[in-house]
Design a protein around this ligand. Structure first.
Ligand code: HOC
Length: 378
């Protein structure tokens, strides 16, 4: 579609095609959404240095994340309820990422299961883990990820209790949606969405079957989280999770230097500087504003990644300049998925790739791996 040039264009289309409750779920932040907004706005405060008359031929965006070769240092973030943006959403997004050459991360709170995604992909994907109180269930999830040959475990540290997202409460979020008159009217206007959903059996959380009792609407999602997630999760738990997993481990949800120093001591392979897309602690700093301090403190001990607020290839480059080895996009790929399924996810990745490539050239660089602090106007 030639009318789609930016992630914002995909967002507009997704808004029209995805039922309001699920579009809002992807798009919302906690409480006043100030951190959600800051994640995007703070990128705009960072300026590149424009350089001229340097060789800009043979450019490359290739890099590595936790030792894995990537077509560009942009992974698809773990996002809950992805299969509600579009039928079979996690399977389609994983296929798009695989074809593009970037990592896909499946959320514990996905609609499609680990096994569903493994059945439609050839290369390993990453699995994101939430730690429930029921440790046997957690061990089982880890073993399922191993059996599916996932190549990294992404342990989320910042959601043992759910940040309140007002839009979800007001919309009465549930997966699948309850068939109220308002929902029927809303869904009826989105034929692509409901025809897709009618054609799949994957309409609720398939990773947590057996623990899904009460997962119906957002009030119960919140109370379910409180009941099921372990509020005593501590640094000690990272050790047994790491041992059981035995593979590459990424700790996601670090926003403070002291926590970053603790994370580096665990022997994990990477941290993700993240505030959960502004969906947890409203009033926390934006991820990009914390990145440099954290990367300076631990970048020589552990690989540093970041997520939150990336809406363009330029944002990715700014994060790399400030010390990230890799980045994650959540909403940009969800907008693509909601707008056009797998093709939309590919389109989101293409948009970001093109923006990165042109910006790299205009900054006078050939290799994405050469982008550093010297490329920014401070
Ligand atoms: C049961 C609720 O990471 C988000 C996701 C998933 C959280 C689901 C927990 O919405 O931020």
């Amino acid at each position: 579609m030639s009318s789609i040039l930016t992630i914002a264009d995909l967002k507009d289309l997704a808004r029209r095609r995805v039922p309001k409750m699920f579009f809002d779920y992807a798009d919302s932040g906690a409480w006043t959404e100030s951190t959600y907004r800051a994640n995007e706005e703070d990128f705009q405060k960072i300026k590149f240095r424009q350089r001229v008359l340097v060789d800009m031929s043979n450019r490359s965006l290739e890099s590595t994340m936790i030792g894995e070769k990537v077509a560009m240092p942009v992974a698809l973030a773990p996002t809950g309820l992805t299969g509600m943006q579009h039928a079979d959403g996690e399977m389609l997004a994983a296929q798009a990422a695989e074809e593009f050459g970037v990592p896909f991360t499946l959320s514990t709170m996905s609609i499609c299961s680990i096994e569903d995604v493994a059945s439609v992909t050839k290369k390993p994907f990453w699995f994101q883990l939430y730690v429930l109180r029921d440790k046997d269930f957690v061990l089982n999830l880890i073993d399922r990820a191993k059996a599916a040959k996932c190549s990294a475990l992404v342990l989320t540290l910042d959601l043992q209790i759910l940040g309140q997202r007002h839009k979800d409460v007001r919309n009465g979020l549930s997966a699948p949606p309850k068939m109220t008159l308002a929902n029927i009217a809303d869904i009826a206007m989105r034929p692509r969405w409901w025809m897709g959903m009618a054609g799949t059996k994957r309409r609720t959380f398939r990773n947590i079957v057996g623990h899904a009792k009460g997962v119906g609407d957002v009030a119960s999602l919140a109370s379910w989280t409180t009941e099921q997630f372990d509020p005593q999760l501590s640094w000690k738990d990272v050790a047994w999770i790491k041992e059981r997993w035995g593979g590459k481990l990424i700790l996601k949800g670090i926003l403070d230097k002291e926590d970053a120093l603790m994370a580096a001591k665990t022997g994990a392979d990477a941290i993700v500087v993240s505030n959960h897309g502004g969906r947890q602690l409203d009033g926390a700093s934006s991820s990009i504003s914390m990145l440099e301090e954290i990367a300076d403190a631990v970048g020589d001990q552990i690989e540093v990644h970041m997520d939150g607020g990336i809406r363009s290839g330029q944002d990715v480059l700014k994060a790399l300049c400030l010390g990230a080895k890799g980045t994650y996009i959540g909403r940009p790929f969800l907008y693509g998925l909601g707008a056009m399924g797998k093709e939309g996810v590919t389109m989101a990745l293409e948009i970001i790739r093109k923006e990165m490539d042109i910006t790299l050239a205009l900054c006078g660089k050939r290799l994405v791996t050469d982008m550093g602090k010297d490329q920014l106007r401070r």
